[in-house]
Write a protein that binds this ligand. Structure first.
Ligand code: AHM
Ligand code: MG
Length: 340
């Protein structure tokens, strides 16, 4: 019996609708290529300094770039000219990125966080790329901010790349969530996790509990419930969860997707929208978790339903198994009150 051996290119092609022109398929493949380049660069991160010369130049005399700046540029450069994208927005850039005039525009608007988990970049801990793809809003205009300021429910595709103990690309076009592992020997992403679904019961909660004193009483009570420290009169008993927090959203999200769980970055006193960006982080991951059978909320509303007002808007986030996220909503909306 032969093993199944499916490259990401073949999987994307085989699963595109028969009527499709192939632009979305090709755009996903452009992103996969960017992911490979970023992955190889990331793997050599520590070596650059050893091999390079003083003054931030490497052995070829090229100026060294920070990895996040490099990733940002590579994604733009691979997507600006093939005629599949009308505009882009990156977490690293203040304004939208237009397609240079000499190139044809395409039907899709691409949003991305080139290298998420900034505190982990220089310490050899997993980091990731997150992306979302929308369809243009007005074909007569050449790519505007309005094309990317759309609710995540209107994404046509989203995904992430995890640069971990191996590199994985996980994406959805609205027909399930599929994961591919990069085989470094042949330089191809191979199908390794078809149709990923959140396991139940969940195994983990992921939250930076160092911020406990910055949270409202409701959030504190919810986290105590996650920790099994309180059992309020609620339909859901306290879960039995273990704690894991890497501080790289992609890595925390990926682990929870495979094992079940919740990632949360709540509102804080003086920081009512938390830290996570709607367009580049919360939105695409909300789309993926929905496809995997889970749910993402701010504590008040479904993240898929929020139309962004600005490019770098932040939202509090609770994302993972539905039962855990709905319980967060109940605590935060005052449906469950715990008296000390
Ligand atoms: P970044 O976009 O600057 O990398 O920030 C986002 C990251 C997430 O990956 C991670 O979950 C979170 O910030 C960690 O923040 P904190 O160190 O406050 O817990
Ligand atoms: Mg980020």
């Amino acid at each position: 019996m032969s093993a199944k051996f499916v490259t990401i290119e073949r999987f994307i092609l085989d699963n595109q609708p028969q009527t499709a022109k192939g632009d979305l398929t090709n755009l996903l493949y452009d992103i996969a290529l960017a992911a490979k380049i970023i992955s190889f660069k990331t793997n050599r991160a520590g070596l650059q300094e050893i091999l390079g010369q003083a003054g931030n130049t490497n052995v070829q005399g090229e100026a060294q770039q920070k990895l996040d700046v490099f990733a940002d540029r590579i994604i733009f450069q691979l997507c600006d000219h093939p005629g599949r994208v009308c505009v882009m927005a990156s977490e690293e850039q203040e304004t939208v990125l237009h397609i240079p005039d000499q190139y044809e525009k395409g039907a899709y608007a691409l949003v991305y966080d080139p290298l998420d988990g900034s505190s982990n970049i220089d310490v050899n801990v997993s980091i990731g790329t997150i992306f979302g793809i929308y369809r243009y809003k007005d074909w007569d205009l050449r790519g505007r901010k309005e094309d990317v300021l759309q609710p995540a429910r209107d994404l046509v595709a989203a995904g992430y790349v995890l640069y971990g103990s191996s590199t994985m690309m996980v994406y959805s076009t609205g027909q399930g969530v599929h994961g591919f592992t990069l085989d470094p020997e042949i330089g191809e992403f191979l199908l390794s996790h078809e149709n990923m679904r959140l396991p139940d019961p969940p195994a983990y909660y992921s939250i930076n509990s160092a911020y406990y004193n910055r949270w409202s009483k409701d959030v504190q009570s919810y986290v105590q419930w996650l920790q099994g420290r309180i059992d309020p009169p609620a339909p859901e008993p306290s879960p039995t969860l273990s704690s894991r927090y890497i501080g790289s959203l992609v890595a925390d999200f990926h682990r929870n997707l495979l094992r079940g769980g919740i990632y949360a970055y709540p509102a804080e006193i003086g920081k009512p929208n938390g830290k996570i960006r709607l367009l580049y982080e919360a939105g695409p991951l909300a789309y993926l978790i929905d496809q995997a059978g889970g749910y993402a909320s701010t504590g008040y509303v479904d993240i898929l339903d929020i139309t962004p007002d600005e490019l770098h808007q932040r939202v509090p986030i609770y994302i993972g198994n539905r039962v855990l996220v709905e319980q967060a909503e109940k605590f935060i909306q005052g449906e469950i009150m715990v008296t000390a």
